[in-house]
Design a protein around this ligand. Structure first.
Ligand SMILES: NC(=O)c1ccc[n+]([C@@H]2O[C@H](COP(=O)([O-])OP(=O)(O)OC[C@H]3O[C@@H](n4cnc5c(N)ncnc54)[C@H](O)[C@@H]3O)[C@@H](O)[C@H]2O)c1
Length: 331
């Protein structure tokens, strides 16, 4: 009887790979796209990705065998979920496994922005001894508005409570009581934007959140606000942010994600990165050894459950005709 075949196209933690190998034949082929990805996927029952592989409708259409796409991480914006659903392909993810890492990077960007750590470090390394130009701001006692209070937002809120900041959150899917238990005041977006000294974005990228933080949102914010985005590039309108940084409306921005990644020369994102008051990292939020192992194991468990015909805990879609159950006998 044939073993299941799993194609892994982005590097995942070793523990996750080991788990997959116990149950299936695993092919690692990194950086595939276009025809090469289509050819490889045609022989796979499961596809394991992180954020690098674009699982478009075109790619999904190349396989009649594929049953499960697993995302080692939370965001599935690189997977055409509606097309997967239409084709009976189950999509699973690993939410929460990288929340601590993403939250800690958000805080790193915050502290770097408000204490000007990268700028002061570069100045000192250049042989200067400047102090006044790096005068900073405390976070204790300030108001921080979190747009999205899911796995990452909750950890950010917990850390900020430790800093004695006042934490506001806008998240229509969280109740007042849930927010209250986290020491967070649930407010509407307008109030959050008007009152926050720091605005940090923690929502998924979808049609409702694309450019959610745009020119109108910036005009509502306090003068000199700090903007953080370690969620997804498309949530913040980059042109509007560049304008707000230039006008001084936004005093500093910490950015881990961009509308187009990798960032290309000449783009608005490149202009943002070049600003003195921007601290930027190349999508490092989930990139810790700890998070990569956690999400790899979680995604591998979900993949194996799905291929065994069992209901995975973190199914992103519910395809009517999913053939993973037919795999029960062979995995
Ligand atoms: N930089 C990185 O490497 C990295 C790592 C992990 C997560 N992320 C990103 O961070 C974001 C948050 O991840 P998460 O794991 O917390 O996701 P999550 O699904 O646990 O939380 C998202 C929260 O956003 C809320 N939300 C959804 N639509 C909203 C809207 N229109 N307005 C306000 N709130 C809304 C949801 O109710 C939910 O509570 C995602 O975009 C994810 O892709 C980035």
């Amino acid at each position: 009887m044939n073993r299941m075949a799993i194609l892994v196209t982005d590097k995942i933690g070793k523990s996750g790979l080991d788990l997959l190998r116990q149950h299936a034949d695993v092919q690692e082929a990194y950086g595939l796209k276009g025809d090469a990805l289509k050819a490889a996927i045609a022989n796979a029952d499961g596809l394991m990705v992180r954020s690098g592989t674009q699982v478009t409708a075109d790619i999904l259409q190349a396989s009649t065998r594929l049953k499960v796409v697993a995302r080692a991480g939370s965001g599935v914006d690189n997977v055409d979920v509606p097309e997967a659903t239409r084709r009976g392909v189950l999509v699973v993810n690993a939410p929460g496994g990288n929340a601590v890492s993403a939250a800690e990077l958000t805080i790193a960007l915050l502290m770097a922005c408000i204490r000007k750590v990268p700028q002061a470090n570069a100045s000192l390394k250049a042989g200067e001894w400047k102090r006044e130009s790096f005068k900073g701001m405390e976070i204790g006692g300030k108001t921080v508005g979190l747009v999205g209070l899911g796995a990452v937002g909750k950890v950010v809120a917990r850390i900020l409570n430790g800093f004695c900041a006042r934490v506001l959150a806008y998240d229509p899917f969280i109740t007042d009581e849930q927010a209250d238990r986290m020491g967070v005041a649930k407010v509407d977006l307008n109030l959050l934007l008007r009152q926050s000294d720091v605005v940090s974005v923690h929502v998924p990228l979808n049609d409702a959140t694309r450019n959610l933080i745009g020119a109108s949102a910036f005009s509502t914010m306090k003068n000199g606000v700090v903007l953080l985005n370690a969620a997804r590039g498309g949530v913040v309108d980059e042109a509007a942010l560049l304008e707000a940084l230039k006008s001084g409306k936004v005093s500093a921005a910490g950015l881990d994600v961009f509308a187009q990644e990798p960032v290309v020369a000449g783009s608005i994102a490149a202009a943002l990165i070049a600003c003195d008051n921007v601290v930027a990292t190349p999508h490092l939020g989930a990139l810790t050894h700890d998070a990569q192992e956690k999400v790899a194991v979680q995604a591998a468990e979900q993949m194996v459950l799905a291929l065994q015909g069992k209901q995975p805990q973190y199914a992103v879609n519910q395809p009517a005709k999913n053939e993973a159950s037919a795999a029960v006998a062979v995995i």
